[in-house]
Design a protein around this ligand. Structure first.
Ligand SMILES: Cc1ncc(COP(=O)(O)O)c(C=O)c1O
Length: 406
């Protein structure tokens, strides 16, 4: 696929993926994905080259190829300096790298919420355990079906204390599908920070994985200090990829946990001109990775840029709306995800009367519909329509849910 016309042939896009279409794939885009053809091709080419001459090829290409990935990721997310992007293996590695690397002082607090993923909570727990700090979990709303931007922003603001150094939060909750008004939260934080000294400002660490690859906001529009995402979900990148984007100021508040393999490595070994400023390159955990997968992430971003961010947003929101409207009409189904685009992205969470979440997922699978169960204390079944799906598949998914009526 070179460039796609303005009106996209979504059936052709679906065919770029080799999913087994005997199954309706409504669980993959927020979990782990299949590689689209351009990504698969790039991996194959790179693997062949690496297999022929791993040492020479790696020595020649590593810095160039990683920079190419940073540059296209920066273009996709409008990050001014590509060197402010660190490459990781996953969202989880990004969260662990940032929380553990943050130079938290004893007594400083991480404020987080009851709606974030295990990976964020564990990273916070371990990091504050090491630093002698603490963490606190809050609810952002009383009732999901009545949420407002004001309630969410107010819940954050009311809970910031003198000792709060970090706000750990999630763009799109994988428990309920709720999308938070992050730009509004970051504006409210900026007001609080205006009255604080530099080393006491509240840093926002955002788990952005379920917005990245769907939503339109750029890094600076979100306004967070650290943006963390995997790239093997909605970006449809090679499995085992993720990134962290941060402002140059924010990078100065972290120390690497794992030494990086950047082009500055030789300078460090020679003890000459060690970089004075921290950045995303030095915060990229080093060691050799699955290089063909790392480098082919370039092709996943190119795939998205060719499709167009607005077109992807339109398609994902259109399919999700169709699916939610179908569920909302079923009396035996409780739809938890808000209908409004403003508060949702690509995750739909629901319950079916008379079934546990585990049973819903099992019964749907018997009908060859792949759904997932959210890994939370209160766990709901999820459908996650994305660019890999068709209207036909949404209909089949809805029919399967309908057939569970007792
Ligand atoms: C909100 C959220 N954060 C983090 C993760 C972990 O993602 P990764 O596989 O990229 O580590 C998930 C998993 O689906 C998630 O839902």
């Amino acid at each position: 696929m070179e460039t796609l016309a303005e009106t996209i042939d979504w059936t052709a896009v679906m065919k770029l993926f080799t999913y087994n279409r005997e199954y309706v794939q409504l669980g993959s885009s927020q979990f782990i994905v299949s590689h689209p053809e351009p990504v698969k091709k790039a991996i194959d080419v790179l693997r062949k080259e690496l297999d022929q001459n791993p040492v020479l090829y790696t020595e020649e290409k590593e810095n160039v190829m990683m920079q190419r990935v940073r540059e296209i990721a920066a273009e996709y997310f409008a990050v001014t300096n590509p060197n402010d992007i660190a490459m990781t293996d996953s969202t989880t590695m990004g969260l662990g790298t940032i929380y553990t690397g943050l130079n938290l002082k004893p007594g400083q607090e991480v404020l987080t919420t009851n709606h974030d993923h295990y990976s964020q909570h564990e990273a916070i727990r371990q990091a504050t355990g090491r630093s002698g700090g603490s963490y606190r979990l809050i609810d952002l709303f009383k009732n999901l079906s009545e949420i407002t931007t004001e309630e969410i922003v107010d819940s954050v603001v009311r809970n910031i204390r003198e000792e709060t150094r970090v706000l750990g939060i999630t763009w799109v909750h994988s428990s309920s599908g709720l999308k938070l008004p992050i730009p509004k939260i970051s504006k409210a934080l900026a007001k609080i920070n205006a009255g604080r000294e530099e080393d006491k400002k509240v840093l926002m660490v955002l788990d952005g994985v379920h917005g990245f690859g769907i939503e339109l906001e750029t890094f600076s529009e979100l306004g967070c200090d650290f943006f963390i995402s995997g790239c093997h979900k909605w970006i449809y990148g090679p499995r085992g990829n993720g990134l962290v984007a941060a402002t140059r100021e924010a990078w100065q508040h972290v120390t690497p946990v794992i030494p990086s393999f950047t082009d500055t490595m030789d300078l460090v070994i020679a003890e000459e001109n060690r970089p004075k400023e921290m950045d995303g390159k030095q915060m990229t955990p080093g060691g050799f990775h699955a290089l063909e997968h790392r480098w082919a992430l370039y092709d996943a971003f190119k795939f998205h840029l060719n499709l167009g961010k607005q077109q992807v947003w339109d398609r994902v929101h259109q399919l999700n709306r169709m699916c939610k409207e179908g569920m909302a009409e079923m009396r035996h189904v409780t739809l938890h995800t808000p209908m409004d685009h403003e508060f949702s992205a690509g995750i739909i969470s629901f319950e079916v009367d008379g079934y546990s979440t585990e049973q819903v997922v099992k019964e749907l699978l018997k009908k060859k519909v792949v759904a997932t169960a959210a890994p939370y204390k209160i766990s709901w079944a999820r459908f996650t329509p994305g660019i890999i799906n068709s209207e036909e598949e949404i209909k089949k998914g809805l029919e399967a849910v309908y057939s569970l009526k007792k």
